[in-house]
Design a protein around this ligand. Structure first.
Ligand SMILES: *Cc1c(COP(=O)(O)O)cnc(C)c1O
Length: 232
């Protein structure tokens, strides 16, 4: 543990605080408090920081790297078999098999090659992995995600040509812009494609995401504290 990391003993209270804010944001807009899933983003944090959240009863977690998840989660899952693990980071097609083995939900389906690789691995494993299509709502050149104008066609391709069960859409708005137009755009694309799931909102803006219809919010820092600096 680095000096800047939140002590493990504080995690349950921080988690409970965020869960209460999620429920409150839902009821504030007339939604059921349980209608929003809190994905606790545990990327970069060690098992000793994650375990208190599991012991407190939380089961839905997000990770952004296949290799890191492979190192951390099998042992945690052995203790807590009903964990629901979400992949929220970019996926390469040569990692599709491992991703299908490790994750219950993959939120970053963003191009035909990945969709095809996942379809093959899901069929092979016979495991019902739920998929979200990531949309690059800000059309940022360096960012992952299908462009908004291509989203309808891509969702159709996933469903009709590949037989994939697309659960919803996910977005990461540009860091330097208001998130609300991006969340509203994501909700609009989901609605016209009949997609129920909307993964939008992080530590700084999850309440806004919930106001605009999020069914999943991905919250890391507000629960686990600052992330340790990236190892080279
Ligand atoms: C890291 C990450 C989050 C969590 O971000 P916080 O600001 O720490 O809540 C959410 N979504 C994605 C895709 C991430 O990579």
């Amino acid at each position: 543990m680095t000096d800047s990391e939140t002590p493990a003993a504080e995690i349950p209270a921080r988690l409970a605080g965020v869960a209460a804010r999620v429920a409150r944001a839902a009821t504030d807009v007339g939604r059921a408090p349980g209608s929003v899933a809190l994905v606790a983003v545990s990327k970069t944090h060690d098992a000793e920081i994650i375990a208190p959240a599991l012991e407190a009863g939380h089961r839905v977690f997000g990770e952004n790297r296949v290799q890191e998840s492979k190192a951390k989660w099998p042992a945690l899952r052995a203790r807590f078999p009903d964990v629901e693990l979400h992949l929220i980071g970019p996926l390469q097609s040569n990692k599709a098999r491992e991703a299908v083995e490790l994750f219950d939900v993959i939120e970053t389906v963003d191009r035909p090659k990945i969709a095809e690789a996942l379809a093959a691995e899901i069929a092979r494993a016979g495991k019902p992995v739920r998929l979200f299509v990531e949309v690059n709502t800000g059309a940022e050149p360096q960012k992952a995600g299908i462009l908004p104008a291509e989203a309808d066609g891509f969702v159709r391709h996933c469903r009709e040509a590949l037989g994939l069960d697309v659960a919803g859409l996910m977005c990461i708005p540009p860091a330097d812009e208001q998130a609300s137009p991006h969340f509203a755009l994501l909700a609009k694309i989901a609605a016209r494609n009949g997609l129920p799931g909307l993964s939008m909102g992080m530590s700084s803006d999850f309440e806004l995401g919930i106001q605009l219809g999020a069914t999943h919010v991905r919250v890391g820092t507000a629960i686990f504290g600052a992330r340790p600096p990236l190892r080279p």
